[in-house]
Ligand binder design. Structure first.
Ligand code: SAH
Length: 231
């Protein structure tokens, strides 16, 4: 697991405060039913305040979604934890490590950084160029070397790099785009919010290796919409 070095400014004060706040957040995730200790550790060690505007820093470790500009949000930490945990769980219930993972909807880059601490290769696609530019800068600042980014319509997936062992969508469509499903390995796992803006369910699909995908509903969630084209 990766422990991200904090920039020097954080070592004087802010970092200490946020470490306590992160410990509290980790405890609340545990109380909220997050069971995979790897996921809790990564969230405890990830400086979420780096992914949001300075004006919101004091709220960075609240268990809530926050605005990141362009009408988008950084997801609630509990939801990030739940989706990450769901992606890492094998069919037999044991905890695995998918090798090659695709995220659709880079946004702030926070979910990508959480995933990149846990898996060898993370590919992430964002349709809003300015958000992607900021996320790339954060990946660089954190010294990440296993994240590749792409400015594109994520509904198309990332065909050149397919198949993926795991795919996560962090924006909600009415259905899971077929181009994305086509890029999932036969034993892969996909986690995505699906539904209308007012009613969404977190869906997990896991391949049985024989060409069939078993679908489960993991509970209600609230995400920004999966849009078409690039911004
Ligand atoms: N994972 C992000 C969540 C950001 S919100 C984080 O941790 O901050 C969802 C993101 O999905 C937004 O940035 C939005 O622009 C993006 N998005 C929506 N539709 C998309 C599409 N078709 N392709 C790529 N990104 C998309």
């Amino acid at each position: 697991m990766t422990v991200y070095p904090l920039p020097a400014a954080d070592l004087k004060g802010e970092g200490m405060t946020s470490q306590r706040a992160r410990d509290r957040l980790a405890a609340s995730l545990r109380e909220g039913g997050i069971a995979d200790p790897r996921v809790i550790d990564v969230i405890r060690n990830t400086p979420r305040h780096h992914f949001i505007d300075q004006a919101l820093h004091s709220r960075a470790y609240e268990n809530t979604a926050l605005p990141i500009g362009h009408g988008q949000t950084i997801s609630q930490p509990w939801v990030v934890a739940r989706m990450t945990e769901a992606l890492l769980e094998r069919v037999d219930g044991s905890r695995g490590v998918p090798q090659k993972v695709l995220e659709i909807g880079t946004g702030s880059g926070y979910q990508a950084v959480v995933l990149a601490a846990l898996v060898p290769e993370l590919f992430t696609v964002e349709r809003i160029e300015e958000l992607l530019r900021q996320a790339r800068r954060r990946f660089r600042q954190l010294g990440l070397t296993n994240v590749r980014t792409r400015h594109d319509d994520g509904k198309l997936g990332w065909a050149d790099e397919a198949p993926f062992d795991a795919i996560m969508l962090t924006a909600a469509g009415d259905t899971i785009p077929s181009r994305i499903l086509d890029q999932l390995s036969p034993t892969g796992v996909l986690v995505a919010p699906v539904g209308s803006p007012s009613q969404q369910t977190l869906i997990r699909m896991r391949g049985d290796g024989q060409g069939d995908f078993i679908q489960e509903e993991l509970g209600p969630v609230s995400f920004v919409p999966l849009l078409g084209g690039i911004g």
